[in-house]
Each structure stands twice: as C-alpha cells, then as structure tokens.
Design a protein around this ligand. Structure first.
Ligand code: NDP
Length: 499
C-alpha cells in the first residue's frame, strides 16, 4: 500500500497456484488493534485465574476440535499457501501434538516449587514460580501458517496468557479458523486475531502487549524489536536461517541424500529450518551427488493436485530465488539439476548447485526456495567450519555413524538433527529457536513455556535469623560472625588445575 492510496478496509487472500480469491479479510487499524489488545487483557485476567487444570481441560477440548476438523484446516492451508494437502496435514499433526504437550506439561514446568535457600539464608524458605505475562502478541509467517505460530500461541496460552495473533497477509483465513475453533471450544476469545499488512503487525507491537513473538525475516525482526524497545516490550525473534547438512565419510549416504532433498525442497524450500547448504566428505561426495541429483531430477513441481511441491507462496520471493541461482552461476557455479530456468511464474523446480563460492548469496543468504548448494570437504573439521560461517544459526543436520553427537554440538545452531532431518521440530520437549541473525528466545518445550512467563521469586522467613543482618540494629558482633562464617563457607577456594 502506498501512502497516496486511501487505506484499504479489506484485503483478499489468494490461492498462489491460480491467483483465485480464497477469502476477504479486514485490514485492522491501529485503533482496532489497540481495542483488541484491551479486550484480550480482560480475557487474560480470566484465563490466568483459572489455574493449570482448568486451562489444560480447555486446551485439550480445543485440540480435540482441531483434530476432528483437521481436513478442513488442511484444505484452507492448501488453498492459501498452495502446499500439498498431505504436507498441510503433517503440519497440523505436529502443531496438535505440541499443543497437547504444552497443555499437559505447563503445570509441571511452571508451578510453584521450593528451592534451596543456602546456608547463609537458612532461616528462609525459598520458592520459585512462573507467572503469565498477560497478553502476548504473535506475528506469524505464511510458510507454516499453523505449526509456526502455534509454537508461540499454544505455549503462551498454556502458560496462562491471552494471545492476539497477527497472521501474514497471505494466510489470514487459517488464523481466523484457529481463533474460531478456539472460541467454539472454550467459549471466550482468549485467542483473538487481527488481520492486515505490515502496518497491522507494527500496530500490535505498539498496542501495549506484554511480549511479542515474531517469526519472519531478520530485517522485519529488527523493526519489530526496535518498535518494542520504545515500550520495553520483550520479544522472541525467529528469523530464518541458512541451515547446513553435513555428510561424514561413514554416513548412510542414500539416507543423507534423501534427507537433503526433502530438507531442501519440501514446502518448495520455504522452511526456516530447510536445508540450503550441504557439505560432504570427499570420500563419499560422488556417491552422494549421484543419489541426490537422480532423486532431484525426478521431482517436479506442477499445478496438479498431486504435485509433491507447491508454488512459491509469496510472489516476490521468486526474484530472490532467481537472483541467488543466477549469481551462483555467474560466479562459476554449476547447476546439476534445475538452474536459471527453474524459476517459473509461480513454481520453482528443484535445483542442485555445485562449485558455488562460499561468499555468494546462494551460500550466505536465506534463499527460501527448493535449491541447495553442495560442496566437497576434505574432513569434518572443514565441514563444521563452513557450516558455522554464515550470520545465521537456526537448525542443522549431521549424517554420521560414529561422530553424530560430537559434530552436532560443534555446530553453532539452535537445533541439530542427527541422521534425520528437521526431526527436532517434532519433539515437543525440545526447545526451538536460533542464535545470531536467526534470532533469540525459544518456543516449544519447557523453555518455550517459560518464554511466555516471568520468574517470580518468593523468600518466606521461617524463623528469626541467628545473625540479624538486614537491620540498622546490626551489631559489630554480627559483622564479625558474618566474616567468620564467610571464611568457613567460601574461604578455602580451589586452585584450578592443581591437587
Ligand atoms: P516478513 O518478515 O516481512 O513478515 C513476517 C510477518 O511480519 C508477517 O506477518 C508480516 O505481515 C509482519 N510484518 C511485516 N512488517 C512488519 C512490521 N513493520 N511490524 C510488525 N510486523 C510486520 O517476511 P515476508 O513474509 O515478507 O518474507 C520475507 C522473507 O522472510 C522470506 O523471503 C524468508 O526469507 C523470510 N521468512 C522467514 C520465515 C521463517 O520461518 N523464519 C517465515 C517467513 C519469511 P504481512 O505479511 O502482512 O506483511
């Protein structure tokens, strides 16, 4: 929308395969967003006071409703993103599993617990509990319009918050479906949705929410963080990646090639933890490349309902993908499958690039298309070094029989799958999030529940202290006794490296 145009009051979501209109949705103004957040505050007070058991009961009811109508949800996702129906079902299944986990683990992770108070403060009983923040604003992407925002929504709700969700302008119908089924299941709009463009998202950041959970590009993540800084509103930023897959000399090469192709091309490559770079030990490089190119050249994206890969959901992404491929080829890279012609008007065919210099955009920047670069390495030290040489650090993959765990922990990324691909995202007890330009903060798992709370510490005096220290009536004798006690407790120390 340009500034000279009158602001639209509605907008349409389109089927990216055909351009057909899927639905019409309101463009919520800043005032409307503000009013929604105000209403959510009332819901937060009700929801927060319910207690863990009641909230779990409501969330499990919603989970059941989603599950029973999952085909309907998957249909809508298929229409708004173009992704294959089966992929949409898989995405829903994982989101539902996470919701169930968050609902059933919130109490265990967040409830009040007693913690040791230490010898100096032995007269105190110490407690720790995690309290809801209030209203959480969730700004979601279009690539996984259910799984990704639900990683924030489900966990924030389970932790006792109300949520106001601003979906991407490409997938508003999916978001409205989630809010509608929540309302039908719970009876109150603890989850509400505001729709529109970037301006609506910006308004949500400024509407007095207690935290913003953002998923999208690093550039917009920085804008969100800057907007939130004005009100000291905390943020979780999940900002994409340039994930590497490493293949060791002892790896199951066929499985690694299969994983590389699926990781690179599933969802037409529009996956924040998609495989975009592969580093292969020189001893298995040729075999790996044979397997990968053979499988990749059999994979075709088309507009039929049985296409294994959908279209590029966001049209402007086509230019990014084309630019990365063209630049890679101009710098001496070779396309073994696909290439410059792979980028069509709506679909991109799988593309396997080799001999691409490491400093090119195709290796350094998020492509978000079904493309992958493959490079031969002399050993796994080189593979780890190259994997760690971008500004991103979201996910990664290692194929190795003997050294999987060692290599995994040497890669600077929030998550690593060993001998599988993107498997970490489907394990509800594992946290999900990145380092560097991939963002910070965590969704999923116990960390994901705590992300939407604040730690509340309580020290309760059990009996009068033997040494009265926190009083202006403190005596010189008490000071002396403290000094002696300190020496007994901490005076000896240890000398590192010496017996
Ligand atoms: P953006 O980061 O621009 O958008 C993500 C979300 O933020 C959308 O809901 C968007 O709304 C909203 N938004 C946009 N501007 C603002 C703002 N100023 N304040 C608050 N919210 C805002 O991503 P795009 O969809 O444009 O995709 C661009 C690139 O981002 C992709 O090419 C890909 O590389 C990366 N990306 C990464 C994702 C991931 O999973 N980490 C997901 C999606 C994209 P609206 O859509 O209405 O503009």
């Amino acid at each position: 929308m340009t500034t000279t145009e009158a602001p639209a009051t509605t907008f349409e979501s389109l089927d990216p395969r055909t351009g057909d209109v899927v639905g019409t949705h309101p463009v919520h103004t800043a005032e409307e967003v503000h009013a929604t957040v105000e209403r959510a505050r009332t819901e937060a007070a009700w929801w927060g006071a319910l207690g863990f058991d009641e909230r779990e009961r409501h969330l499990q009811t919603w989970k059941g409703a989603m599950t029973r109508r999952v085909a309907q949800l998957a249909d809508l996702m298929h229409q708004e993103t173009g992704k294959p129906h089966g992929d949409a079902m898989l995405e829903c299944a994982l989101a539902i599993d996470h919701l169930a986990w968050a609902a059933s683990h919130a109490e265990k992770v967040l409830k009040r617990r007693k913690v040791p108070s230490g010898l100096l403060m032995a007269n105190q009983a110490a407690y720790l509990e995690y309290q809801p923040l209030g209203v959480v604003g969730v700004i979601g992407p279009w690539n996984y319009p259910v799984f990704t925002p639900m990683g924030s929504i489900g966990y924030a709700l389970a932790a006792g918050n109300a949520v106001v969700f601003k979906p991407s302008e490409y997938t508003p119908g999916v978001a409205e479906w989630l809010a509608r089924t929540f309302l039908e299941s719970v009876g109150r709009p603890v989850l509400s949705v505001v729709t529109g463009f970037g301006e609506t998202g910006a308004a949500l950041c400024a509407a007095g929410v207690d935290k913003v959970a953002f998923t999208g590009s690093t550039a917009t993540g920085k804008k969100v963080m800057a907007a939130c800084a004005a009100t000291l509103t905390p943020v979780v930023i999940e900002a994409g990646g340039k994930d590497a897959l490493l293949v060791d000399e002892d790896a199951d090469v066929a499985a690694a090639a299969d994983a590389a192709l699926w990781g690179a091309a599933a969802n037409a490559g529009q996956t924040c933890t998609g495989v975009e770079r592969v580093y292969v030990h020189e001893r298995v490089y040729d075999t790996f490349l044979d397997e990968l190119t053979r499988a990749a050249s059999r994979l075709e994206a088309h507009d039929g309902d049985d296409s294994p890969i959908g279209p590029i959901t966001m049209p402007k992404q086509l230019d990014v993908i084309r630019r990365h491929i063209t630049d890679a080829l101009a710098r001496g890279g070779r396309a073994l499958v696909g290439g410059a012609d792979a980028v069509g008007e709506r679909f991109v065919q799988p593309t396997v690039l080799v001999d691409v210099p490491e400093e090119s955009e195709a290796v350094q920047e998020e492509t978000f298309g079904p493309t992958v670069t493959v490079r031969k390495v002399a050993d796994m030290d080189e593979a780890v070094r190259l994997a760690n040489s971008t500004r991103y650090g979201l996910g990664s993959t290692v194929f190795s029989k003997a050294r999987g765990m060692e290599l995994a922990s040497r890669i600077r990324s929030g998550m690593t799958a060993v001998n599988g691909v993107i498997t970490f995202a489907a394990v509800p007890s594992l946290p999900f999030g990145g380092v560097g330009d991939s963002g910070f903060g965590r969704i999923h798992g116990a960390d994901g529940l705590k992300e939407f709370t604040f730690a509340k510490a309580i020290a309760r005096q059990r009996f009068k202290p033997l040494l009265a220290l926190t009083t202006f009536n403190r005596t010189a004798q008490a000071d002396q006794q403290l000094a002696s006690l300190l020496t007994v407790l901490h005076g000896r120390g240890t000398t590192i490296g010496k017996p």
